[in-house]
Design a binder for this molecule. Structure first.
Ligand code: HEC
Length: 205
């Protein structure tokens, strides 16, 4: 028994020393143009999917059918998301080939709105997906999600038309004018709706 424990201790020490050498000598290739090993990729995917699923299940889903809300989201999507997540009938963009992991094509892939909200608000570590919640309130993020749920199946023409009809971005405008006053009820989209759908928790990981 003691002998087995001793062996296990030696094995653990060898693994630890091996890891130190591997990291210390810079053997790990951190470049985004070298894919993960299959097992690493699968592990990251499981951790990511479970983490998102547990958090997204606590998000409260508001009504996303409001026409003005969807139009507002179209403008936001075109300004902030399209370069990575594409527009209808667009097959690639300048930034996409270099991103690892590759952003899903949101014109083809339908994503559950609670999941999409959580990921859009909080972003994903080590992936290039930004946490948009740091600069945008929940109502604005929900407008984007309202639009994203309509995106699969939309024609390029319809997409352009919706983006053209989108209301001007109040946040951007007020920044330009140095006016920090928030529009009442978050502006015309989502007016009167309570869209604070998540509790705030500040932890480090
Ligand atoms: C700089 C590129 C970039 C921009 C800009 C960007 N994303 Fe992403 N996004 C990513 C990447 C990369 C992933 C994939 C991460 C992964 O697979 O782990 C991703 C994943 C997602 C997902 C996937 C969730 C899932 O479960 O599959 C959603 C939804 C999403 N982004 C929404 C948005 C929205 C909405 C915007 C605009 C407000 C946006 N993203 C802007 C890079 C970007």
């Amino acid at each position: 028994m003691t002998r087995q424990l001793g062996m296990a201790g030696v094995a653990a020490l060898i693994v630890f020393a091996g890891s130190l050498v591997y990291v210390g000598y810079g053997f790990y290739d951190v470049g985004a143009d070298t894919p993960h090993w299959d097992i690493t990729r699968k592990l990251i995917e499981v951790v990511r999917d479970r983490s998102i699923a547990v958090r997204a299940s606590k998000v409260e889903l508001p009504d996303l059918q409001d026409e003005q809300l969807i139009l507002k989201g179209a403008g936001q999507y075109a300004a902030m998301c399209v370069k990575c997540h594409l527009a209808p009938e667009q097959s690639d963009s300048e930034i996409r080939p270099g991103l690892y992991p590759k952003p899903p094509n949101l014109t083809e892939q339908r994503i559950d709105p609670k999941t999409a909200f959580w990921v859009t608000k909080h972003g994903l570590k080590m992936s290039g997906m930004p946490a948009w919640g740091l600069g945008h309130d929940d109502a604005t993020i929900w407008s984007i999600i309202a639009f994203v749920t309509k995106l699969p199946g939309l024609s390029a023409e319809h997409y352009k038309d919706m983006v053209a009809r989108a209301p001007p971005d109040e946040e951007m405008e007020s920044m330009g004018k140095g006016d920090v006053k928030k529009p009442e009820n978050g502006g015309n989209a989502g007016a009167g709706m309570s869209m604070q759908t998540e509790q705030k928790g500040e932890k480090k990981h």
